[in-house]
Design a protein around this ligand. Structure first.
Ligand code: ADP
Ligand code: ZN
Length: 215
């Protein structure tokens, strides 16, 4: 089972991905997570990506395509994968199509998560992340607060706002989404594998995948 998840930042791609991962025994591939760990490790890729990410801009397509070509062929992708946060531009979608063809792979479902913009702004602005790089637990000051304000339940480290989750960076990320990524919805709309689901909760998207694929 191979799935592409589309949706604005904060649309809940991570939550839907987690359920699909378990349901179909497939791996989640999050380019955001891969880039963040590259930044932390100080690798060449991380150093090249850091400034773009902190500004809420996209990392150049060439950097992303290099890491994805290897990732899609990793051992844990044998049963399939969920692409979370990739493709992000028409250019990436076109490169992905060529890459899949070369590898003899087909996408089973392209899932667009629909969430109103005010919900997104609220979700992202209220998110807090554990500052301990080995923990990275995620909280939400409204819906999932830590037991002691500002302190991680799991490891006791301070919880912080991600650098790209300040109000200014969130606005920039949403503008980037509207300009570069939202056009993917029209790019994929006529594909028989395309589905769109409201995403205040994860269930409609998960059920739509099962209905479309019969699995
Ligand atoms: P979100 O979906 O919440 O915006 P992600 O964790 O997917 O965040 O990505 C965080 C940042 O990493 C993005 O703002 C962007 O700078 C970079 N990034 C992630 N995936 C891609 C991609 N496919 N192409 C370009 N940049 C990316
Ligand atoms: Zn922690």
């Amino acid at each position: 089972m191979r799935i592409i998840l589309l949706g604005a930042p904060g649309a809940g791609k991570g939550t839907v991905a987690e359920i699909l991962m378990e349901q179909y025994g497939i791996s989640q591939i999050s380019t955001g997570d891969m880039l963040r760990s590259a930044v932390k490790s100080g690798s060449e890729l991380g150093n090249a990506a850091r400034e773009y990410m902190n500004r809420g801009e996209l990392v150049p397509d060439s950097l992303i395509m290099d890491i994805m070509e290897k990732r899609l062929q990793a051992d844990d992708c044998g049963k399939g994968f969920i692409l979370d946060g990739f493709p992000r531009t028409i250019g990436q979608a076109e490169s992905l199509a060529a890459m899949l063809k070369k590898l003899g792979m087909k996408i089973d479902a392209i899932v667009n998560l629909e969430v109103p913009e005010d919900v997104i702004v609220r979700r992202l602005g209220s998110r807090r992340t554990c500052s301990n790089a080995d923990c990275q637990a995620i909280y939400n000051i409204h819906t999932k607060p830590s037991k002691r304000e500002g302190i991680c339940d799991k490891c006791g480290s301070p919880t912080i706002q991600r650098e790209d989750e300040t109000e200014e960076a969130i606005k920039k990320r949403l503008a980037t989404y509207a300009e570069k990524t939202a056009p993917l919805i029209d790019y994929y709309r006529n594909d028989p594998a395309f589905i769109s689901a409201p995403s205040l909760k994860p269930e409609p998207a998960v059920e739509a995948v099962a209905a479309l694929t019969g699995r």
